[in-house]
Design a protein around this ligand. Structure first.
Ligand code: CA
Length: 221
C-alpha cells in the first residue's frame, strides 16, 4: 500500500515515515503544500497523511483542491492540539479522519488501515484465500494453518495480490505499491519476491501472466 505523507517538520516526518515503512507501507514524503498538491494530482495513493500547517500552500488548500478535482483518496489530517477550528474545517473540506499531535504511531497505522479498508469496501480485517490467511493488523500470514515468515516487502506484494483477486497486476503497479520516493528499486525485485512467496507458500498460488504481470490463482474450493 502506498501512502503520501505530507509533513514539513523534518524530525516528525522522518519518524512517521520510518514507522510506516516498518509496517509495510510504501511512503512518499512531501515537505510542502505545493509538492503535496502535485503528488496527489499525479499519483495514485491508498491514503494521504496531511499536516495542515505547511509552507507554500496550506494543507487545507491541498485537501480542498483534491476534493474539487473529485479525487476520492482517503485523507487523514494531522492537527495541533489547540486548533479545533482547523480540525472542523478539515473534516468539512472532505478529510476522512484526523489525529491530534502528538499522537501514537500505532494509532496512526491502525487508522490508516481502517481508512484503506473502508475505501476498498472491505469490512473484514483478515484476508483469506483458500488455505491462505493474511492479517494486516499483526502482519501475520498463515498457510494451511501454519505460520509463515515473510519479509516486509514479500508481505506487501502478497497483500496487493490478495486485495485484487481475479485481476492481473502489472509489475510496475506492484512496484508502485511497495516503493516510495527515494527507495532503490531493483529491476527484478518483484520477480524475486514472487519467487519467495511461491516457495514459502504454494508454487501454484501466484500465476505469471506473460508480458502483463501477476495474478492470484483461483482458490481451491
Ligand atoms: Ca507543520
Amino acid at each position: 500500500m502506498r501512502v503520501l505523507l505530507v509533513e514539513d517538520d523534518a524530525l516528525l516526518g522522518d519518524g512517521i515515515r520510518a514507522g510506516l515503512i516498518q509496517t509495510g507501507f510504501a511512503v512518499d514524503w512531501a515537505k510542502d503544500g505545493r509538492e503535496a498538491e502535485l503528488a496527489v494530482s499525479t499519483q495514485t495513493y491508498d491514503a494521504v497523511v496531511l499536516d495542515l500547517g505547511l509552507p507554500r500552500l496550506p494543507g487545507l488548500d491541498v485537501l480542498r483542491r483534491a476534493r474539487a478535482a473529485k479525487n476520492p483518496v482517503p485523507i487523514l489530517i494531522l492537527t495541533a492540539r489547540d486548533m479545533v477550528p482547523d480540525r472542523i474545517a478539515g473534516l468539512d473540506a472532505g478529510a476522512d479522519d484526523y489525529l491530534v499531535k502528538p499522537f501514537d504511531l500505532g494509532e496512526l497505522q491502525a487508522r490508516l488501515r481502517a481508512l484503506v479498508r473502508r475505501a476498498s469496501g472491505q469490512v473484514e480485517t483478515v484476508i483469506t484465500h483458500g488455505a491462505l490467511r493474511l492479517d494486516p493488523l499483526d502482519h501475520s500470514v498463515q498457510f494451511e494453518g501454519r505460520p509463515v515468515e515473510l519479509s516486509a516487502r514479500e508481505f506487501a506484494v502478497l497483500q496487493e495480490l490478495l486485495r485484487h483477486p481475479g485481476r492481473v497486476l502489472a509489475k510496475a503497479s506492484l512496484e508502485e505499491k511497495i516503493y516510495g520516493w527515494g527507495d532503490e528499486i531493483d529491476s527484478n525485485a518483484i520477480e524475486v519476491y514472487v519467487h519467495h512467496l511461491r516457495r514459502k507458500l504454494d508454487h501454484k498460488l501466484i500465476r505469471t501472466v506473460r508480458g502483463v504481470g501477476y495474478m492470484l490463482a483461483k482458490a481451491a474450493p
